[in-house]
Design a protein around this ligand. Structure first.
Ligand code: AMP
Ligand code: MN
Ligand code: MN
Ligand code: MN
Length: 280
């Protein structure tokens, strides 16, 4: 069961990836993915295309989404798997969560202009495949195109993060809202890339407990965002808190992403894979 090639986290051009759902499905298939989920940020409008493509290629599919959440002043990402993308409360909740991204984008551009980088709003929106989802990733691509930074990772050390130009705090969904929308849409809530959050051990513990209390069930253990040491660290967390474990590349783009679709180590055999919750 743990050896299935499952990739349950990636992004299409409908959010901040660069490939279409169809291109992602083909890439996943040719990399040997057997169970796939497209988890675009704060939207489910890409789900029908992803599911149909997966089915045509003979891959199993779980409906997916990655919801932006504000928790203790930080942004936490919650992945929903096995969701019904036609669930009205989920669709409406995500619409509310996306609200304000354009205004935030304008404020990001104002801050960049203040340090001499002009035209960022127009530049970023030109990279956005969906006017409803203007992301920091699109600003990052603009800064690379402009030659301000050499690559996306460099952008996220000098710009767009707290304390640097182009950082605009934003209030996303609450943890309880995100988990409830996912559960009510028939899905399972997973904490995305837990190793990426700058939280103390005490804060992490309270995040996991609040998440469990809200009805969350899993965490990502093997993800493109974790180092091999973190695979071990978060396998321990999964065991300690009774979480189901997930695996996903968080693939965005062939040149930007360090982990390709489906190219990750398997989950350790002692972990409960999140896909054991589904009739596949
Ligand atoms: P947003 O939802 O607009 O705040 O944008 C968040 C997105 O920025 C994430 O989904 C990532 O794709 C990207 N991102 C954030 N931090 C980094 C980083 N350190 N390196 C590369 N991409 C990042
Ligand atoms: Mn992203
Ligand atoms: Mn994320
Ligand atoms: Mn992601």
């Amino acid at each position: 069961m743990n050896s299935i090639n499952a990739d349950l986290h990636c992004h299409s051009v409908l959010s901040d990836g660069t490939l279409t759902p169809e291109q992602l499905a083909m890439r996943a298939k040719s990399n040997g993915v057997e169970l796939w989920s497209l988890t675009d940020h704060d939207l489910v409008s890409s789900q029908a295309r992803a599911e149909e493509s997966a089915r045509n290629l003979g891959m199993k599919y779980l409906g997916g989404v990655e919801i932006s959440v504000s928790w203790l002043g930080q942004t936490i990402h919650i992945v929903g798997l096995g969701i019904n993308p036609y669930d009205q409360r989920l669709i409406e909740g995500l619409r509310k969560t996306r609200d304000g991204r354009m205004q935030r984008g304008q404020e990001i551009a104002r801050q960049l202009a203040a340090v001499g980088i002009l035209g960022a709003y127009e530049g970023a929106t030109a990279f956005a495949g969906n006017p409803e989802l203007l992301s920091r990733t699109h600003f990052a691509r603009f800064l690379v195109e402009k030659g301000v930074c050499t690559d996306i990772n460099a952008v996220f050390t000098q710009f767009l993060i707290e304390g640097k130009p182009g950082y605009v705090g934003h209030v996303w969904a609450t943890l309880a809202e995100a988990v409830t929308w996912i559960k009510d849409a028939g899905g399972v809530a997973i904490i995305a890339h837990p190793g990426r959050y700058r939280l103390t051990d005490l804060e992490k513990d309270s995040l996991y407990l609040a998440f469990l209390q809200a009805g969350g069930l899993g965490i990502e253990v093997v993800t493109g965002s974790h180092s091999p040491e973190q695979y071990v660290e978060y396998a321990k967390v999964a065991t300690q808190y009774g979480f189901y474990a997930s695996r996903g590349s968080d693939f965005h783009d062939p040149t930007e992403s360090r982990t390709d679709l489906g190219v990750l180590p398997p989950l350790a055999t002692h972990l409960k894979p999140v896909w054991s919750l589904f009739q596949l």
